[in-house]
Ligand binder design. Structure first.
Ligand code: ZN
Length: 259
């Protein structure tokens, strides 16, 4: 009799253990299904930001019932490494994630036709669209000047503040300005500021773009208190190996950066 009771006891305990296991499995499974995340869209056309829409579907209240929608915009920031850090990492063979630029490219399409050097502190960018190529700010900022230089080039400069540091981007040779531009206007990186052109000292339609870590026309900024100091500072930085926009943006040979 004792042996039978023990046997029955074991069977009953096993049965309940089994029930607990099944309940646990159902609970975990249901919990997982309740947070069924569906990625509706992932916009990677813009290399600096990504929009992700998550839809949470409830299974308890009917299939494909959307109970929650979350929209998130991810902005990527540049990883700026100093020379020492780069040298240290030289020997390591570590797979690294692709660079995530903070700055936006100034055009939708383009090819670099000239890199910065000591007498040309800027990138020259051409486009298959020619003067139909819209020029955008490389980051949000405020317009600090709209002017023609001595050769008649149409120029815009924008002041940016990124992580507490100030930068000036300069866009040269535009064919025309966007409407409604004025000095002091806040612009987003999605606001057109003009169109590519060949105004001024230029042999073909292109954008000449310089980005310097100074605030143009700020009397408190000795580096770029005026246009002459802007160029002088740019050339000094170029001799030091500073490549303006290229220091921050991984600029491909050609690209489509904006939707
Ligand atoms: Zn140029």
């Amino acid at each position: 009799m004792r042996r039978i009771s023990r046997g029955k006891f074991v069977v009953i305990v096993s049965f309940f253990l089994c029930l607990l296991a099944i309940e646990g499995w159902i609970y975990n499974n249901t919990d997982g299904q309740n947070l069924n995340i569906k990625y509706e869209s992932f916009d990677v056309r813009n290399i600096s930001t990504a929009n992700v829409t998550k839809k949470f579907r409830g299974v308890g209240n009917g299939l494909s019932n959307i109970i929650k929608v979350e929209k998130t915009t991810y902005s990527f920031k540049a990883v700026v490494q100093d020379k020492e850090a780069k040298e240290e990492k030289k020997e390591e063979v570590v797979p690294v994630a692709p660079p995530v630029p903070f700055w936006h490219l100034p055009t939708e399409m383009g090819t670099i036709s000239q890199n910065p050097h000591y007498s040309h502190m800027a990138f020259d960018i051409t486009s298959p669209r020619g003067s139909n190529e819209v020029i955008y700010p490389v980051a949000n900022g405020v317009i600090t000047s709209i002017y023609n230089d001595a050769y008649g080039a149409l120029i815009v400069t924008i002041l940016h503040e990124v992580d507490g540091a100030r930068y000036t981007s300069q866009y040269v040779h535009l064919s025309r300005y966007a409407e409604g531009l004025y000095v002091g206007k806040w612009v987003s990186y999605t606001d057109p500021i003009g169109w590519m052109g060949t105004s001024g000292y230029s042999t073909g339609v292109h954008l000449h773009i310089a980005v310097l870590d100074c605030a143009l026309y700020d009397p408190n900024d000795a580096n770029c208190a005026n246009l002459n100091s802007f160029f002088a500072y740019g050339n000094k930085k170029a001799l030091e190996g500073y490549w303006g926009l290229g220091s921050y943006v991984n600029v491909p040979v050609s690209w489509t950066s904006r939707s």
